[in-house]
Every structure is written in structure tokens, then in C-alpha cells.
Write a protein that binds this ligand. Sequence first.
Ligand SMILES: Nc1nc2c(ncn2[C@@H]2O[C@H](COP(=O)(O)OP(=O)(O)OP(=O)(O)O)[C@@H](O)[C@H]2O)c(=O)[nH]1
Length: 409
Amino acid sequence: MRLDVPTLFAVVTLVALLMAGWVSFMAWGKPARDALWAWGLALVAYAASHVIFAVLNVVPSPSLVVAGNVAYGVALSLMLLAMRRFDGLDANAGPPVWVQLQLVLPVLAIVLLYTVLMEQYAARVVAGSLVFSLQIGFILRALLDPRLPRPGRGRYILLTAFFALLSSLLLRALAAAMGWMSSNNDEAGRLWLTMVFVVALCAVISISLGFVYMTMERAEQRNFELAMKDMLTGLSNRRAISDQLHMAVSRAQRQGQYLSVLMLDIDHFKRVNDGYGHQAGDAVLRGVARTLQSRLRAQDQIGRFGGEEFLLMLPDTHLEGATTLAEALRQAVEASPTQWGAHSISVTISIGVAGGVISGAHTVDGLVAAADAAMYRAKQGGRNRVELADMSSLLPGGQAALPPAVPRD
Ligand SMILES: Nc1nc2c(ncn2[C@@H]2O[C@H](COP(=O)(O)OP(=O)(O)OP(=O)(O)O)[C@@H](O)[C@H]2O)c(=O)[nH]1
């Protein structure tokens, strides 16, 4: 099949402009620093480069060669900027100097190389392709930044598209270096250009789709976190930990397993707020959350149940094991003060423990109420202590018939 190069240019341009339009439409109303704007601009530059390449096919001109390739380089730099903004890698201060150099130097290099090597087709194609490949390398590096969470599907689409673009550029550079083509207008040159533009067409559709999908995945993740996470401590919120507890109780009921629940409350927390201020209180809440979380097993779940109240759910853990853990947590919190300016704020916690083999007679509300009642007894008993729930009301068979427990680490 023989593809007409000018038609391909036109199609790539049209698709890039269409994508730029839709991406800008999505970015409408968002702040100028939003990654979508940079992505939209990148697509405009990408389209501009292909418009220039199309004109170049009809009116050969050295300045258009430079302009088209510069626009292409600008498009790749803007894509790098958009990726970094999307991932929040540059915070509010803007990109660090080394990133600014990654954004600007390749574009300057393109101007220089295409001007100096204008008369040497092969050298110009090789040099240009290598600079663009380097820019794509920067983008791939930003896409795979180890500080980022596990990549979602949008990121995989982008990775595939950029790898395809990179391969086509390198292959064309190889063809030029090996003398398989000597100009864009000979038979071989047109074939290679066709390959590059077919890939460019697929790439522009894929990267637009990938970026938009990534934005949607991010929004979905944020909504999920807003619905299920406590924004202050990063723990599960009341709704999430309650859902997890419902699931764990159903599972334990089906399999006749142990399950324990701990209700924890910071002692005299009002004094922290009154004495050091609300922000110090928030810092203490975060500190206690960290201390608790760092001592749990992977299958244990913790959530912020109320203001200064936390709920812990321990699958496969009998009352005795849960009590041992509760005591360890109590001691850990007591020994881990929160630094607040010049102050070291120490708090203690009171803990109520409920648990055992979960049968059909148990309910989530019953378990939580039992742990809560035990926690209040701990408060009444002087605070900074662990109290066990009266499980006889919840476990009709008593503790005697319990199967062997899974030991805690
Ligand atoms: N800083 C901060 N304070 C909170 C938050 N949520 C609840 N509180 C405060 O936690 C305090 C709870 O006070 P109380 O219920 O009297 O309990 P307490 O002072 O811990 O006393 P005991 O529980 O009886 O030991 C109140 O002052 C609330 O304003 C929060 O998110 N941040």
C-alpha cells in the first residue's frame, strides 16, 4: 500500500489540532499551571510542526525545515512540562534548573544543528532524531519516576506511545546514517517518512487518550480517597473502617475465625488543643496515627473513628493476642511524643479490646459497642490503660471452645 505523504501530514495535523482543542476544552476553567493546559499547548505545537512539514513538501525552504523541527522539539518539551506538572514533581517553585535545561537546551540544539547541517541531509536527520529521542527519554523518565505510585492504565498507554515514537525516530536515524535514504523526496526517503508519520498519527491519538485517561484515573483516585480516607491522618475514615469491619465479620462468621476489635481514645486530648492550639492537636493526631500504624501487621486495619478516637480491626487474632498488642500500642504512644516547635507533647491512650471467635450471633455494632464500653471503663479506671470487654454477652459459648489462634508476629 502506498500512502501519500502530504495527505498523512494533513491527517496528523488535523488529529493533533482536534486533540488540542478537546484537551483545552477539558482544561477550561482550570488554573494556568494545570498540566492539561501544557498538554494542550504541546498538541498545538505538534500540529504546527506537521503543518510546516506539509508546506515544506510543496515549498522547500531551509527556514521552514528549522521551524518545523523546532515546533516538534517545543511540543516534546511541553509534554515533559505537562508530565511533571501532572505528577506535582515541581511543586509551586517551578521546575528546578536541571529540568529547565532539559526543556530549553534540546530546542536550542535543534535550531543550531538544523542551521549548521542544513546541506547535509543524513547528518541533519541523525542529529535531529537523536535530540528528539533524548527529549522522549526525559519524558519516559518522568513517566516512570520512582517517587510516583504504581502506574495506572493511562500511564501505560503513554509509555507505549512514546516508545513507538522513539523507535520510529531511531529507525529513521539509522536509515539516514546507513545511507538507505538520501533525501525526503527519493523513493526510500518517502517510505521512511510515511513510516514516521503513520507512527506520529497513532502516537498523537494514543498520547492524548493516555493523558486524558490518566487525568480521569487521578480524579477517580482523589474521589475515592475523599470518600474513604481521613484527610488529617491518611488513615481509613469511619465509613471505610466500618465497611472493612463488616466484611471481616462476615468472613470470620463464615469460617468460624477469630477477630478482635480495639477502640482507642487519646486521653485528655482537649488539654492539648487548649494548651498548644488546634494545629498542635492535629500534629499529635497524625503522630499517634503513625505510631499505631507502624506497629500493625499487613492484614490489620486501622481507621480514625471520631475526633481523637481510632478503631483497629485484627483478623485471626484472639482476645489474648489483641490484648498483648493493645498494651504494646499503649506503651508505644506513651513513649512517642510529638515535636511541636520547641515543645515535646506527650499523650497517652485508653484502649478497649473485644474479640474472639465470630459466630452468627455477633454483629459489627455489638463488637464495636463492647470495645467502646471497655474503653470507657479504661477511662474511668484512670486512663492510659487497656480494658477487656465482657465477651460473655457476645460469645454464648464462652472462650473454652476456641480453636488455636494464628500467632501474632
Ligand atoms: N486538633 C484537633 N482536635 C480535635 C479534632 N477532633 C476532635 N478534636 C478535639 O478533641 C477533644 C476531645 O475532647 P473530649 O471529648 O473532652 O476528650 P478528652 O479531652 O480527650 O478527654 P478524655 O477522652 O475523657 O480523656 C475536643 O477538644 C475536640 O475539639 C481534630 O481533628 N483536631
